[in-house]
Structure formats: C-alpha cells, structure tokens
Design a protein around this ligand. Structure first.
Ligand code: NAD
Length: 355
C-alpha cells in the first residue's frame, strides 16, 4: 500500500503530521512517500505541481493531501498559483467524484449556528460530480451578443453539459455509498428549467433500477438549499452536479459549525483517491500549532475505507475521534471560548484513544 503524502502550505504540514502519526499507530504496513505541492513546490521547483509530485501521486494507491495556498502567491500568473496543483491532480488522476461527509458530533452541537434540536444527529454525505458541468463545458468565452435585447454588446457565456456516462458513474458512486449508510439518495437538479438537469434526472432514475434496495428522491436545488437548513437530518446521501455540489457542500459544512472537522475524498474510476480536509491552508494561524487536525485525521480514515480496503481501521480512527471529543478535548476553533488544546496535543489524544 503506497500513500503519497503531500503536506502543502500553511497549516498543511502541521495537520498532515498528526494524520501520519495516527496512520503509523495502526500497525499496518503502509509505504508513505512525501512530496512538495502548492506554494512549497513553487518555491523550490518553480511549479505548484512538479512532475515528480504528479508521478508519485499517479503511482500511489491514494494521496493524502494537506492544503495549499497563501496570500503571498496572489500576484503570480494563474497557472503558477498553488491552488492550480489541486486542479492539476484532479484532472490528471481523473478524480470525478467528490465525497464530503457532514457529521455533527453530539459534543459539538453548540458549535452549529442552527438550533441543536434541528442539527442533532446530522450525518449526511454529499457526492458532487467534479470534472464536468458548467465549470468545464465548452464553448465558453466572450463575444458580441448574437441576439436578444442586448445584441451586439460584449457578453460572456459558459456551457452547461453532461454526457450519459458522466452521470451514470457519479450516480453509481452515490448508490454504492448509500448502501453502506442509510440507503437513501437525494438527487439534486434543476430539471424544471435546465435541459441538462432533466437529462441528469432521467439517467439517475435509470441507474437506480439496479439499486432497488436504495430509496431515490429527486429535489430541485433551490428546495434542497432550503431543506438543508430547515430539516438537514432528513438527508442521507445527496448526489448532484459540479456547480450545485460546490454550493451545497459548503452550506452543509457550515451546519456542523467547524470547517476544521470535515474530511473529503475525491475518487476516480479505479477507486484511487485524493483525501484532504475541506478547509484551506489557513495562513492566519499557520505555524502557531493551534490548527484542528481532525479533518485531516478523518480524511485518512476515509482513505482507509474507500481506497485501501481497510474499513475496520477507518472505524477505529473515527471511534478514537469521537472518544477524544467525548473526553472534552477541543482545539480553539471548536472550543467556543473554553480551554483549547494545540494541534499536537489533539493528535496525541487520538493516537492514545486508538486503543
Ligand atoms: P481557509 O479554509 O484556509 O480558512 C478559513 C478560516 O477557517 C480561517 O479563519 C482559518 O484560520 C480557519 N480554519 C481553516 N482550517 C482550520 C483548522 N484546521 N483549524 C482551525 N481553524 C481553521 O480558507 P481561506 O482563508 O479562504 O483560504 C486560505 C488559503 O487556502 C487561500 O490561499 C486559499 O486559496 C486556500 N484554499 C486551499 C484549499 C485547498 O488546499 N484544497 C481549499 C480552500 C482554500
């Protein structure tokens, strides 16, 4: 089992160090190989995703990624900015499925901005299509408006499109994930207005024929955004396109109150995946030893479950995280003004709680 470990920038190296300690404490034989990515890679090699890093990521069974980015790179040409490394990895590994769980641990109910009775027990998984939709559709660009009330004026346009195969494969990921959970999938679309999403709805319904044991419901995206704050616990797995998923996954993340708790996985058709916390490189707290490492530790657990076929070890890590929260340990972002521990102490506690 080879894992490419890419710590990146900002708090990336600090939180990755704790996730690596947890992995090493599992008594499994993992080959961990480290490489630079993002601003750190740009500083040393002149590119945020050097060829050697990309090669390592391609050859590994999974990639454990910290975070990239810092304001000091804002003046660089877009192609050289740290964030391009993530896009390059997604593209070159063919990572089309983004899985983002949003779980509210009972001990952290107060961290949510919603009333505890609304969010108590929240455990949802957003499955977002990651390589298609209006974000990548062509043609796109600027031109003179060919028609309409503003014909002849400069305009900008993008293209929303999805091919059958793209929808089929993301629907299968969602149904398979639902089988390991509460067997319900909500497919989010805008079929009432967009041809692309009427097609999406039709194809998801066809794929569902092979998953009779999973319940499927369809919901318009505006309603889904509303239901996520009205009755979030009514969802199990949500599957949607790239743009709607981008927005809804951030909305779902905030239901839990702390971005420092949320892992994510991006998978390709071979089950190879990139695992990273949902948050960024947090340059404002980098180097202070106060970042919450739990999202990264939980990302390592997802890696064990989805790419390395080690579900029992993933369960162990998740149980250890629950245990340290129950013991009252909190990093500053989830301490609600109370006593906080640092990044390393939180990592120590999770390692100790592995049992
Ligand atoms: P951010 O997620 O880095 O930080 C937002 C806020 O959350 C900050 O106040 C930060 O201190 C806090 N925070 C984030 N993670 C935390 C953790 N583990 N523990 C405690 N607090 C935490 O988002 P931003 O400030 O908008 O972006 C900063 C940089 O990160 C930018 O350069 C951005 O481009 C980059 N970014 C990278 C990724 C990625 O690597 N996948 C994702 C998002 C943003």
């Amino acid at each position: 089992m080879k894992i490419a470990v890419l710590p990146g920038d900002g708090i990336g190296p600090e939180i990755i160090a704790e996730a690596v300690r947890v992995l090493r404490a599992l008594d499994e034989h993992f080959e961990l190989e480290f490489a630079e990515v993002g601003g750190a890679a740009y500083d040393r090699h002149g590119h945020p995703l050097p060829e050697a890093t990309l090669k390592l990521a391609r050859e590994a069974d999974a990639v454990l990624f910290g975070a990239v980015g810092d304001w000091k790179y804002d003046q660089l040409a877009r192609a050289l900015r740290p964030e391009q490394a993530i896009l390059g990895l997604r593209k070159s590994l063919g990572l089309f499925a983004n899985l983002r769980p949003a779980i509210l641990y009972p001990e952290l109910a107060a961290a949510s901005t919603l009333k505890p009775e609304v969010v108590a027990g929240l455990d949802i998984l957003i499955v977002r299509e990651l390589t298609g939709d209006i974000y990548f559709g062509t043609p796109r660009g600027r031109r003179a408006a060919p028609d309409g009330a503003f014909a002849g004026q400069p305009e900008a346009f993008d293209t929303m499109r999805y091919a059958r195969g793209e929808i089929e494969r993301i629907a299968r990921v969602a149904f398979e994930a639902a089988r390991r959970r509460n067997r319900k999938v909500t497919s989010v679309d805008k079929a009432n207005v967009l041809e692309t999403f009427q097609f999406w709805k039709d194809v998801v319904t066809e794929v569902h024929a092979g998953y009779a044991d999973v319940r499927l419901e369809h919901m318009y995206v505006d309603n889904a955004a509303m239901q996520l704050v009205r009755l979030p616990t009514s969802f199990d797995v949500i599957v949607t396109g790239n743009m709607f998923g981008d927005i809804l996954s951030d909305e779902a993340a905030m239901l839990t109150g702390s971005i420092g708790m949320l892992p994510s996985a991006s998978l390709n058709e071979r089950g190879q995946g990139l695992y990273e916390p949902s948050h960024g490189s947090a340059p404002d707290i980098a180097g202070k030893g106060v970042a919450n490492p739990l999202a990264t530790i939980l990302s390592a657990a997802m890696m064990l479950r989805y790419s390395l076929d080690r579900a029992p070890q993933a369960d162990r890590i998740e149980a250890a995280v629950r245990k340290v929260l129950a013991q009252g340990l909190r990093t500053a972002d989830i301490a609600a003004g109370g006593t906080a521990v640092g990044t390393k102490q939180m990592g120590d506690a999770v390692v100790a709680a592995l049992g």
